[in-house]
Write a protein that binds this ligand. Structure first.
Ligand code: SF4
Ligand code: SF4
Ligand code: FES
Length: 483
């Protein structure tokens, strides 16, 4: 840490940061557009100009590392005039279309115009008008809104490793466009729209879905793979509308991939809300009674899957399983969370974020010991030997060759084909309807908040096993009472 003075007040700041981040840490906002903490600094927009004591010209804060004893001024008339001038240039050609722009409410141009602009324009000429273009499978560019900050180009080159975008023409004619003839296809078209500080880059999938101020936001973690990117969930009318990145400086998390970001419709559609008996809707009382009888008579019980469940649910299920076993003559129980090849291997990356393990909590389950030395094959052998005849599957299918030998109880959040294949199916909450945590591929346990309300009475996976145990205990008590 080093000591610097900001507007005459002394602060201790991290010497590894630049002036924008160091000032932000102590509550002083320096406006910016082109700077992004995870991308190279280019100093293109000139919005972050500040005075440094002893330096005659204004300096770009994004391009200036902090130094012991330095003094900076962020609120002088000179600084204010420079910022107002930058805003005037940026807005010269920018359309006044906030009312129809998807970025409105979270746009840096709006924020900085409000904080540093003059509130009026001297620009009397006709504004430049370039038609909107489709530049990706899920990406549109509105050239008129672009402020040429180069964030999109840098992100593609530095993070994605592709150079689909480039800056063409000069001066007033400058525009960001496709450097190749093909549309962008990669897994980060959502991130491109996200890092664009204005409404120039937009995704089809979220276009005109909702004004951003109508959302309720919660801290959460992406469910899409074992990376566990930090997200802010945007929920409206109890429906998941959007995942937005929640920047985590400590862990270096600044982006989301499209596979996770846009995989949210299943939380709103095709949900399983009923208990099922052989594919037919029935009551929870009947199903719980029948499952309790199966558990009581079983020779061995296996649970497979569960890497979508929270650490808290898994730990509860683990202890409930021991209690269920006690209620059924100490029948052996086996828990194997790994159902895909990727879960058996060390982390394999598909790109700089997405991993091949599309479960958010394999690591958490493994840390809880919910795996077997012989994996799924061990369960299969025990089924063949007749030592397991009851399988609980949590959001995973069981191999078809098991079906003749076991009864299956399937727990799911959605109406998947497995729901109709199992003897009994149980509806459960999704992770976003619970408070909990996932442990990512690096062993980082990350807590998340409840984003949505589950329908009344819908259990989590752990609550289902809890109810099952209660049914078994009350059955036993009824038998004792009858003697
Ligand atoms: S499209 Fe957006 S991110 Fe790209 S240069 Fe323009 S304003 Fe910046
Ligand atoms: S990399 Fe994984 S955790 Fe991150 S956004 Fe993509 S799917 Fe979600
Ligand atoms: S943020 Fe410093 S020049 Fe753009």
């Amino acid at each position: 840490m080093v000591k610097i003075k900001i507007d005459g007040v002394e602060f201790e700041v991290d010497e590894k940061k630049n002036l924008i981040d160091a000032a932000k840490d102590v509550g002083v906002e320096i406006p910016y557009f082109c700077y992004h903490p995870a991308l190279t600094v280019v100093g293109m927009c000139r919005m972050c100009l500040i005075e440094i004591e002893g330096v005659p010209r204004l300096q770009a804060a994004c391009n200036t590392p902090v130094k012991e004893g330095m003094g900076i001024i962020t609120k002088s008339d000179r600084v204010k005039e420079a910022r107002a001038g930058t805003m005037e240039f940026l807005l010269a050609n920018h359309p006044l279309d906030c009312p129809v722009c998807d970025k409105a409410g979270e746009c840096k141009l709006q924020d900085n115009a409000f904080g540093s602009g003059t509130g009026q324009s001297r620009f009397e000429f006709e504004k430049r008008n370039v038609p909107q273009e489709e530049i990706g499978t899920n990406l549109i560019i509105n050239h008129n809104r672009c402020i040429v900050c180069y964030r999109c180009v840098r992100f593609e080159e530095e993070k994605v490793g592709e150079s689909n975008l480039g800056l063409f023409e000069r001066g007033n004619h400058s525009l960001i466009g496709l450097a190749k003839d093909e549309p962008i296809q990669h897994n980060f078209q959502g991130a491109l729209a996200d890092i664009c500080p204005v409404g120039a880059l937009l995704n089809h999938k979220t276009l005109f879905k909702s004004r951003v101020w109508w959302y309720k936001s919660h801290k959460s973690v992406c469910h899409g793979c074992s990376t566990g990117c930090n997200v802010t969930t945007n929920v409206r009318d109890n429906k998941m509308y959007r995942y937005m990145v929640r920047e985590n400086y400590e862990q270096g998390m600044f982006f989301l991939c499209d596979k996770g970001r846009f995989d949210i419709d299943w939380m709103n559609e095709n949900r399983l809300f009923s208990f099922m008996d052989s594919g037919t809707t029935t009551t929870s009382v009947q199903v719980l009674e029948s499952i309790a009888s199966l558990v009581k008579r079983s020779k061995g019980i296996a649970i497979i899957g569960g890497a979508h469940e929270t650490n808290e649910s898994l730990s509860k299920i683990k202890s409930l399983l021991a209690d269920l076993s006690k209620e059924s003559n100490n029948v052996n129980t086996y828990f194997e969370v790994r159902v895909t090849d990727a879960q058996y291997k060390d982390t394999e990356q598909e790109d700089f974020l997405l991993t091949k393990d599309r479960h958010p909590n394999t690591r958490g389950a493994l840390d809880l010991g919910l795996s077997l030395a012989g994996g799924l094959s061990e369960i299969e052998s025990k089924i063949k030997e007749g030592k397991i005849d009851l399988v609980f599957s949590i959001k995973e299918s069981i191999p078809d060759q098991w079906r003749a030998s076991v009864k299956q109880v399937h727990l799911d959040t959605n109406q998947t084909p497995e729901v109709n294949r199992a003897q009994f199916s149980v509806p459960i909450k999704i992770f976003a309807e619970q408070v909990g945590s996932f442990t990512n591929k690096n062993g980082l346990k990350q807590d998340f908040e409840k984003s949505m309300e589950a329908p009344q009475g819908l259990p989590s996976s752990a609550e289902f096993f809890e109810r099952l145990l209660q049914v078994m205990i009350s059955k036993k008590e009824a038998l004792i009472g009858n003697r």
